[in-house]
Design a protein around this ligand. Structure first.
Ligand code: APR
Ligand code: ZN
Ligand code: ZN
Length: 365
């Protein structure tokens, strides 16, 4: 029997989202049905409703979630009903060309549920990032459900499922920040602050936060920035050089998704430094660089997809860090909201008022 529940739907390009009745099937082989407790509002949800990702409307939004497994299908061994899980939008297939090369964090054929969720009239929904968790229950591939310590708060745990993981991993994995490194992070939203925390966890000795909003720079200090630079008031490249004995940083992380900040990150590096691009650009953006600077500076320019994470390895570890007081996740939760407040939360996000609005479902409210 399919489950009839409320979900947040984007029906057409640019129109406000609505809460509608959806049908979620019982889990088939390899699938898990998850009762969602909390789901953060991420930029990618807004990009879906703006038609910036695909045209496969209608979308069931939400993908930064934690909840409890309600039922599993045949052949599921990694989770059982009652388990507290974080949902991942990367569940390596093990058989694509990247997995076979031993690089599952790039998996090109990540697993998702095979049965679709639908509107009440049977219209097939596209689940955001293969999750669709602005709904009381959702259906995923069981490998997308990663079991973590159930004493963690659902609102905090869900954040590990997307933006916070992307930022932490941009520093810890893509950037390879190590003990004693100097780091600059451009953009101090949820992703940038997580890159700051990831740098601190990895042992960076100096972490320079760059933003154009003073309030964001204040928040960044709370996440572990040792220095702040207002890129709207001073040249951030010069300011970063001044803070690093004229050298520049070992790792520069771009967490805005704009050409000017990408160029600043490129030039803010020391010789042989690494630049990480975790901010997502739009299709119109281009960057021009002197080729000699690219060659002459050496190092590496690296895009970071989901922080090069492996959810089954990283989610339980990060929740343990959280519970041990080594990773503050509660600080991201600017507000908790109800399922019918997602559209308002998009506007708050656009105005830069929040780090994260988190939808809480009845079971957890
Ligand atoms: N220089 C420095 N900071 C800037 C600049 C600039 N020129 N322009 C904007 N910013 C800051 C904003 O003030 C804001 O604090 O960048 C930050 C971006 O944060 P959010 O909008 O909250 O975005 P976030 O959720 O952190 O995501 C950042 O990563 O995953 C991607 O799609 C996501 O592209 C987005 C990026
Ligand atoms: Zn794969
Ligand atoms: Zn996201």
């Amino acid at each position: 029997m399919p489950h009839e529940v409320q979900g947040v739907i984007a029906r057409s390009k640019g129109s406000p989202v609505s809460v509608e009745t959806i049908r979620v099937p019982d889990p088939g082989p390899e699938e898990a049905l998850v009762r969602v407790q909390a789901c953060g509002v991420c930029h990618t949800d807004l990009h879906y409703r703006e038609g910036a990702i695909t045209d496969d409307f209608p979308f069931l939004l939400g993908h930064e979630a934690a909840g409890v497994v309600e039922a599993v299908g045949e052949g599921v061994h990694n989770v059982a009903p009652g388990d507290f899980v974080i949902l991942a939008w990367r569940a390596p297939c093990g058989t694509c060309r990247s997995c076979l090369k031993g690089r599952p964090w790039y998996c090109f054929d990540s697993k998702n549920a095979t049965q679709p969720m639908t509107l009440a009239d049977g219209t097939v929904l596209t689940a955001a990032l293969g999750i669709g968790a602005f709904a009381e229950v959702t259906l995923v591939d069981a490998a997308q459900a990663v079991k973590v310590d159930p004493t963690a708060s659902p609102a905090a745990a869900g954040l590990i499922g997307c933006g916070v993981m992307a930022g932490l991993g941009a520093a810890m994995y893509t950037g390879g920040v190590g003990r004693g490194d100097t780091v600059a992070v451009f953009g101090c939203g949820g992703v940038g602050n997580a890159a700051i925390q990831g740098s601190a966890l990895a042992g960076a000795r100096k972490i320079i936060a760059v933003d154009i909003d003073e309030k964001k720079l204040e928040w960044a200090k709370g996440f572990g920035a040792t220095d702040t630079v207002n890129g709207g008031q001073v040249d951030p490249v010069e300011a970063i050089k001044d803070l690093t004995d004229g050298l520049g940083v070992d790792v520069a992380i771009e967490a805005v998704g704009r050409p000017e900040t990408m160029k600043q990150a490129f030039f803010a590096r020391d010789l042989a430094g690494t630049m990480v691009q975790v901010g997502v650009p739009d299709p119109t953006m281009t960057v021009e660089l002197p080729m000699l600077e690219f060659f002459g500076r050496g190092g590496a320019l690296k895009p970071s997809w989901y922080g090069d994470c492996l959810p089954s390895r990283d989610f339980p570890m990060l929740i343990d860090f959280y519970l041990a007081g080594r990773l503050d996740l509660d600080r991201y939760v600017s507000e908790t909201i109800a399922i019918d407040e997602v559209e308002d939360a998009f506007h708050k996000m656009e105005r830069g008022e929040v780090l994260r609005s988190v939808v809480m479902f009845d079971a957890a409210r």
